[in-house]
Design a protein. Structure first.
Length: 636
């Protein structure tokens, strides 16, 4: 009982002090949230009763973690309660944030068009949903927290009955960039480890082909799929043929270009025509010094000093470099793409990613290399996605083939990362015939219609509609200016309101715009020209109109028509013209405001002597000087 009485006295004294005092400053009466730890459950209940009756706010009573309450208290209440022996502790309620790490620079780079990096990665958590990604590599760390709940049973070429667990780290790193919850792009994709390289990163070309063969055999028709191979070696027609066969089965294949600073067309699988071949860049958009180059590349992606998952524990990570690190960035975006445009063929995915890439930013891209850097559009929104199986059946494994030196494409350091190139296999690959999947390309899009053009300062925002757009296939609209040929491209998101901004225009020049739509089925016709617009600087005062002229309207002897020429510079946005006109040499005159460069003024009587002048004004009300007075016009 003494406990209850003691606490009651303290609480009542707080209430009395508040009720008898004069109105305190706002800061003194302000309430903040506190966590109050009390010695017994009775203390907690009494605290709640007394505070609520005295105007305090107890938001929660705690009785499991400890005896206490969460309450909104004034500073005076906190001071008095700290003196009570029944109060163990009073702690301010602090803000707690998620422990999410800043994105790796690679993720940071691929969601923006230009440097500098903005330390953010715009992602839709549904990207990759319904898509299966096969990691043909050293396996995946099956216990890593980056992949919880999204790993499907895989295949181990090297170990009979193996489950594809990674003992090297390379494959786990790749998988983390593709679909890890921290380091990845397609964070809802399902991952399948296909282990073809050993704990030192060694394997055989035949083993890689065997892994691809297993993927084709177990790929379910109609399920969007991506296969990533961050490995490579000398040119192998057999390996390239295996890649082509996987693509024919409807699997988008993404491969590393290689790390020899040489022509990628000399190595495999980088030289496979049907694969998406990826070179590496640094955080300053330079081609990585080790990255292969040439006409066999499709695009570049971040590949130097990339942090991702690793072996050694459920939270292990490592930072390494190589085109092996660039390829999974593209594979992740490919999976995101397929979760949006689910019916896309591998050719459409390739065309879509290449078409969306940021052009002309890679420094020293290398001879014959395409200058495109991977880009993922944060506006890509997945639709209704299939639900992945919750308890997939274990898949069979195949016996390994005889080893030949094989290495994934990673540059040192670290010393544990694979560095030895693949050599031509000594045992010919064996593949069983597979049924051919016939893939029909989409119909080419209809000709777009330019709906609107809004001019700004050295730019114009153009919008178009595209009839018949179903959303199943990646489609773009490119707007082009005339004159100048300046352009912008937008990913079509619906039948209307597809817009982008053409920059680099010259203020004061009259422009029209045309539009062309494109998908994997081809290009549309060219739209009709838009209405003309003139870019302008809204802060600039317009020039003075010239050549003012006044003449009687021959059809009406009581009307005079005023005309003039727009300012020669035409570089400012003219919101209106202001006209001052005088009759019969009267002192002062009347002012009219119009938006065209001609004006008809009607008089009720004949025999008037008319003069006028004009000036141009922008939307802010800043006007040019007046033009000279017009010639005299006699009406009537």
């Amino acid at each position: 009982m003494s406990v209850l009485v003691s606490l009651t006295i303290v609480l009542l004294s707080v209430v009395s002090a508040l009720s008898l005092s004069t109105a305190p400053p706002a800061s003194a009466s302000a309430r903040s949230s506190y966590i109050v730890t009390l010695r017994t459950a009775n203390d907690a209940q009494l605290f709640r009763t007394r505070m609520n009756s005295s105007g305090g706010v107890v938001t929660e009573v705690l009785d499991s973690v400890f005896n206490g309450v969460i309450a909104n208290l004034t500073a005076a209440q906190v001071v008095q309660l700290r003196r009570d022996p029944r109060v163990v502790r009073i702690e301010s309620n602090k803000v707690v944030r998620t422990a999410e790490l800043p994105p790796t620079w690679g993720l940071d780079r691929v969601d923006q068009r230009a440097l500098p990096l903005d330390s953010s990665f715009s992602i839709d958590a549904r990207w990759g949903g319904g898509v299966t990604v096969y990691i043909v590599d050293t396996g995946i760390n099956l216990g890593h927290s980056e992949f919880s709940g999204r790993l499907l049973p895989g295949h181990d070429v090297l170990t009979i009955g193996g489950n594809g667990d990674d003992c090297n780290g390379h494959g786990t790193h790749v998988a983390g960039t593709v679909a890890g919850v921290t380091y990845g792009i397609a964070r809802s994709a399902r991952l399948v480890p296909v282990r073809v390289l050993d704990c030192l990163g060694g394997g055989t070309t035949a083993g890689v082909i065997s892994g691809i063969d297993w993927v084709i055999e177990h790929h379910q028709a109609g399920v969007p799929a991506v296969l990533n191979m961050s490995l490579g070696g000398t040119h192998s027609p057999s390996l390239n043929a295996a890649v082509d066969r996987a693509v024919a089965d409807g699997i988008t294949v993404v491969v590393a270009a290689g790390n020899e600073n040489a022509d990628a067309c000399r190595v495999s699988p980088a030289s496979a025509a049907s694969a998406i071949t990826v070179g590496a860049t640094t955080s300053t958009d330079q081609r990585s010094t080790f990255s292969n180059f040439g006409s066999c590349l499709d695009l570049f992606a971040p590949g130097s000093s990339i942090t991702s998952a690793w072996v050694g524990g459920p939270g292990a990570s490592n930072t390494i470099s190589g085109t092996s690190m660039a390829s999974p960035h593209v594979a992740g975006v490919a999976a995101a793409y397929l979760s949006v445009w689910t019916a896309s063929t591998p050719a459409e995915v390739s065309a879509g990613l290449v078409g969306a890439s940021t052009r002309g930013v890679v420094t020293n891209a290398g001879p014959a290399s395409p200058n495109g850097l991977l880009y993922v559009d944060s506006t890509w929104v997945p639709g209704n996605l299939p639900i992945p199986p919750t308890n997939p059946e274990p898949l069979p494994t195949a016996p390994p083939t005889a080893p030949v030196s094989t290495r994934p494409v990673v540059t040192p350091p670290p010393p544990t990362a694979p560095t030895v190139p693949i050599t031509r296999p000594t045992i010919p690959p064996t593949t069983r015939p597979q049924p051919t999947t016939t893939v029909r390309p989409p119909s080419r899009p209809s000709t777009p219609t330019v709906d609107s053009v809004v001019a700004g300062n050295r730019e114009a925002t153009v919008s178009a509609s595209l009839s018949g757009f179903s959303g199943q296939h990646y489609t773009t609209i490119t707007f082009t200016s005339s004159p100048g040929g300046r352009s912008c491209t937008v990913t079509v998101s619906g039948s209307r309101n597809n817009s982008c901004t053409v920059t680099g225009l010259t203020n004061g020049t009259t422009y029209t715009f045309t539009a062309i739509a494109e998908n994997a089925g081809g290009r549309s016709g060219t739209s009709r020209q838009s209405d003309p617009v003139v870019p302008f600087d809204e802060n600039r005062t317009p020039g003075t109109p010239s050549n003012p002229s006044a003449a009687p309207d021959r059809s009406s002897r009581t009307t005079v028509r005023f005309t003039w020429s727009p300012p020669r510079d035409n570089g400012a946005g003219i919101a209106e013209y202001r006209i001052e006109h005088r009759r019969n040499n009267s002192f002062g005159g009347s002012e009219s405001r119009i938006t065209t460069n001609s004006y008809d003024l009607r008089f009720q009587t004949r025999g008037n002597l008319i003069t006028f002048r004009v000036r141009a004004c922008n939307a802010r009300g800043s006007c040019s000087s007046w033009s000279e007075w017009s010639n005299v016009a006699v009406v009537g």
